[in-house]
Ligand binder design. Structure first.
Ligand code: FAD
Length: 488
């Protein structure tokens, strides 16, 4: 059996199925959470730890969507360019937000201890690689991360990146020693177990069909039970639907697909030496080695649901394009999940009205950010901590419905297309520079050879033609009448 938990892995599914229980009786709790993904389960764990009575209502099964299909890479930040963040909220708030995102990552690390989550396979280090030759940008980003955002980072020159990743697709890199990766699926089930241990009740196959959040005691309706709660937390991501339709419409659903190869033996050694997660600066490819010699890779995206199996070929081609040395590798399994992308790229965290909370829109970077949201919301409900207000500038903006999906698809294609073009241009410029260096070296060599030949001039036999005169330099006066003509 596979050591990493992929969606087809046995054991966990079976255990989850045994523990699965549909809510069939009415309940009264302090906090009712809608959705048992990373976000909902973290809110549940934290609220229960702080002493609240908690019920989590999950419409399907634990981990059926994105939270059970992620690659387990935990980085600081939000998946939006830092410049955009600063432009929107200013340097001070951007710093505070960044600190919260780092705390989210550390929260995941603290939960993912081997004794609490056996087999979680935590390992350190992630590398963000640039697909264009932008050394200047790298330096300013490094400075900003280290000085303004107090994040441990190392800048890697092109040679070092290519020593670890044998491809001409990548140029400079930023290494995050404090980032880490774990078995993403085990983390999700570990969160559920931890929440249950501190008293949270998790009900699966229990979709919430409506809510009434107007009173002090809120009402929640499911097909077979009714609940009352002082607080409702909407953590349903893009599938929330009827209970808060307008909120769902502020998210653009994006289906992201991933796969894992069969064991590749020592083929990988010639292509990838780096053991942590690799993410490209365009946010397109994300991969890492698992179980020593298999490659786990996420890349394709659509704005419509498609069968993940259809993307095995696309992932295979992508691996071959980035690492031609690997050639065509066999994909053992594929999977996918829907992420919720907000218009501004930042997650939705906060209080919509008294006692009605939202934790959603975590996009491609949901591990640290959902952990951060879970802590913020629980502490706000139970301790009155109001740091969630840092997210207030990121309003709930309508994502455009079906038209938004079409636009999102086109923008996605355009983004990937322009990333490919700028990557191609960067590689072409690099080749041109290499050719230019070669040409200059050849000229220098020819000049050296010519100088060596011209030094000890052999005596000319009488009657032989005169050697050619050196050409005048532009500053020299024009040749005078009567001097030797061309070729003499
Ligand atoms: C292929 C892939 C790779 C990824 N890799 C990474 C990675 O390496 N690192 C990282 O940080 N992030 C990664 N992500 C992103 C991350 O998985 C998501 O951001 C995160 O899982 C979102 O969690 P969530 O709880 O908001 O949503 P979900 O996982 O979608 O959970 C929401 C739950 O709410 C339930 N629900 C919705 N409406 C209702 C209702 N009305 N009643 C009851 N239940 C309801 C749903 O059934 C669902 O189970 C990846 C995503 C994908 C798809």
């Amino acid at each position: 059996m596979s050591e990493i938990s992929t969606p087809s892995a046995e054991g966990l599914e079976a255990a989850a199925a045994r523990a699965r229980a549909r809510l069939s009786f009415d309940l009264d709790v302090d906090v009712c959470i809608i959705g048992a993904g990373l976000a909902g389960l973290t809110v549940a764990l934290e609220c229960a730890r702080l002493g609240a009575s908690v019920a989590v209502l999950e419409g399907r099964q634990l981990g059926w969507n994105a939270s059970g299909h992620q690659l387990g890479t935990v980085m600081p930040g939000f998946g939006v360019p830092m410049g955009d963040l600063i432009a929107r909220v200013g340097l001070e708030s951007a710093r505070e937000l960044w600190t919260l995102s780092k705390e989210g990552a550390e929260y995941v690390r603290a939960n993912a201890r081997e004794e609490l989550m056996p087999g979680i396979a935590l390992s350190d280090g992630a590398l963000e690689v640039s697909t264009v030759d932008a050394g200047d940008q790298l330096i300013s980003r490094l400075q900003m991360l280290a000085e303004d955002f107090a994040t441990e980072v190392e800048g890697w020159q092109v040679d070092r990146v290519r020593d670890q990743l044998k491809t001409d697709r990548y140029f400079h890199g930023i290494y995050f020693p404090g980032a880490f990766q774990l078995d993403g699926r085990k983390y999700l089930f570990g969160l559920a177990s931890a929440a249950r241990r501190v008293g949270a009740r998790i009900f699966e196959d229990t979709p919430v069909v409506s809510i009434d959040a107007s009173g002090i005691r809120k009402r929640i309706v499911t097909p077979s039970a009714r609940l009352r709660a002082a607080h409702i937390v909407l953590a349903g991501n893009v599938h929330l639907g009827a209970p808060a339709r307008r909120l769902s419409e502020t998210l653009l659903p994006v289906w992201r697909y991933a796969g894992v190869t069969v064991p590749l033996g020592d083929r990988l050694d010639g292509a990838i030496a780096f053991k942590g997660s690799v993410i490209d600066s365009d946010g397109i490819d994300h991969f890492r080695i698992v179980e020593g010699n298999r490659l786990m890779w996420a890349s394709p995206e659509t704005t419509w649901a498609m069968r993940p199996q259809l993307f095995a070929g696309a992932i295979q081609r992508r691996i071959r394009t980035v690492f031609p040395k690997l050639g065509t590798v066999e994909i053992a399994e594929t999977w996918g999940g829907t992420i919720g992308q907000t218009v501004h790229g930042m997650p939705q965290v906060g209080q919509l009205r008294k006692g009605l909370w939202v934790a959603s829109g975590f996009g491609r970077q949901g591990l640290n950010t959902s952990a951060m949201a879970g802590q913020l919301i629980a502490r706000s409900i139970l301790w009155g901590d109001d740091r969630w207000r840092l997210f207030s500038p990121f309003e709930l903006v309508w994502a455009g419905g079906a038209t938004g999906r079409v636009a999102g698809f086109i923008v996605g294609l355009w983004g990937r297309g322009s990333a490919a073009v700028s990557g191609g241009l960067a590689r072409q410029r690099e080749r041109a520079r290499a050719e230019e260096r070669l040409r200059e070296a050849r000229i220098a060599e020819a000049n050296r050879a010519a100088a060596t030949r011209s030094l000890p001039r052999r005596p000319q036999p009488p009657g032989s033609p005169r050697p050619a005169r050196p050409q005048p330099r532009p500053s020299e006066p024009e040749r005078q009448e009567g001097e030797g003509g061309q070729g003499t």
